[in-house]
Design a protein around this ligand. Sequence first.
Ligand code: CKX
Length: 602
Amino acid sequence: MEKEMLYPVINACRTEQKLDGMWQFKFDALGVGGHEHWPAGLPQAQEIPVPASFNDFFTDKDSREYTGDFWYARHFFVPAAAQGRFVGLRFDAVTHRAAIYVNGQLIRRHEGGFLPFVADVTAAVHYGADNLVVVQGNNELSREALPAGDTVTLKNGKKMARPFFDFYNYSGINRSVHLLTLPQQRITDYTVNTTLTGDAAQVAYTVATTVPGTVTVTLTDAAGTVVAQGEGAEGTLTVAQPHLWQVRAAYLYTLTIQLQAAGQLVDEYQDSIGLRTIAIRGHQILVNGQPVYLKGFGRHEDSPFAGRGFDQNVEAKDVALMAWTGANSFRTAHYPYAEEVYQMADRAGFLVIDEVPAVGFKMAAASFLGGLDQSFFGGDWIKPLYTKHLDQITDMIRRDKNHPAVLAWSLLNEPDTCDDRSVPYFKQLFADTAALDPQRRPRTFTLSEDDTITTSKDLQFPDFYLLNRYPGWYHYAGYALSDGEAALRAELDQWASSGIDKPIVFSEFGADTEAGLHKLPSVMWSEEYQVEVLQMFSRVFDSYPFIRGEQVWNFADFQTVEGTMRVNGNKKGIFTRDRQPKAAAFYYRQRWLALPLNFKND
Ligand code: CKX
């Protein structure tokens, strides 16, 4: 578990400098870096951009597909004025594991390719001088790690990633690196939790610090007026007539936390927070006590050139396109996204289902990936995997807990819940994560098509259900689509007759579509067929009152492993990989702009 995950800010007490740019880079297929002293500098390295996945910058296949250890390095300057302060290097994400060396000294290791960590380099850096940071990365997949997969060795000795999941194993320093200088006596974390009573909002807060001191908390509205103040490391701020954070009508306050020691201001931290509540009641998903219907997407962090590297240009475009379609929500399939994504969602008023990279927990998963006929939850990797899984949920919640946009936590994607051996795993997981979120947001996981009301052994655990369903594509495809509709209705009738007392959100459905392929009458892969499949789903969704959301798979086409089922990636995007609309984008714009937020409750 990471202790300090606060997003970097600059103010009178804190500095940060982004170390993004061109870094030195080198593969280490033979694993010689350690004994050849690479931590002290990379010999004959090449340049590569950070943040970005390294893969798509290469023109040869061995490099693009590279699996194993890889190294990054760059120099950075630490000002003399930083002496006596905490100096840290914050890595927003290195995929999937990293060892951090500064000036040749091992500082720390980290596992988990989608969450941040800070290396405390206070004692390792030279002040008022040049320093060298070297990162030893590794992108091997295993059943003991998230996301799950295997690493195999080809006859030519090269390693190859065999993911149990359907997205490309983009690797490297995928998000920004920051040089932080912070006060030794400082704020390390805070939480907020809003309740609404009558005409007021109560914001319960806690602040964690490295030393005991006097904590003051000030809440300022968007006009800069102070609306509430509190003293002490925990307390409640009362805001009369609050501007609530609403779906697609966000309002943010600024929370300023100050820490004083011996009568002196020693640290300050600011963040934008939204005042809102979230609850599930019967079939309803409630935001501020009002039912909401989710419209939107399962997404990926994926774009040309930078792969899974965070690119604010891509994110800004995606936010604009989502708004254009009339969407109000998305799922961070299948891993926590860059922190800037949640900040933009906070500002734009999108609801986010935040997912941990527990994907591929099913050996027969996606047979197109070469499913293996074994039990996933019966495997001897389950114990070490559980530890990492819980660790990453803990860090995801710790990192994202204060974002008003975050609606729910998705703890797994398409695990094998038909296996009795999954039950103890789920029981433990839901028990161990119950108190992690001070806001107690709903927790859930997606159910694949195998996992139904009659087959799944784990339906007692989620607060609401996420269903991934593909009639019209993986079965009942093409001219048999009408049978797909009948089968989907038959399944939903079973859920209905079970007396289901929780909402269902469709978190995946769709059809691969080659942009520009038109056919009348439709055939599979044509834009016309994609629209027909999505229209079929809309008809079904509109027939069942307990369906409270639709997040189509996927927002945009994305890169996957190569294979007979994939023509240069997964093409279920409503937009192409370069973010141009397919016919389905216009279909959703028409549907979603017309659907009221409280659809099925008006
Ligand atoms: N669900 C049969 C997980 C996603 C995939 C999606 C697909 C599958 C479907 C499971 O990560 O991309 O195949 O399009």
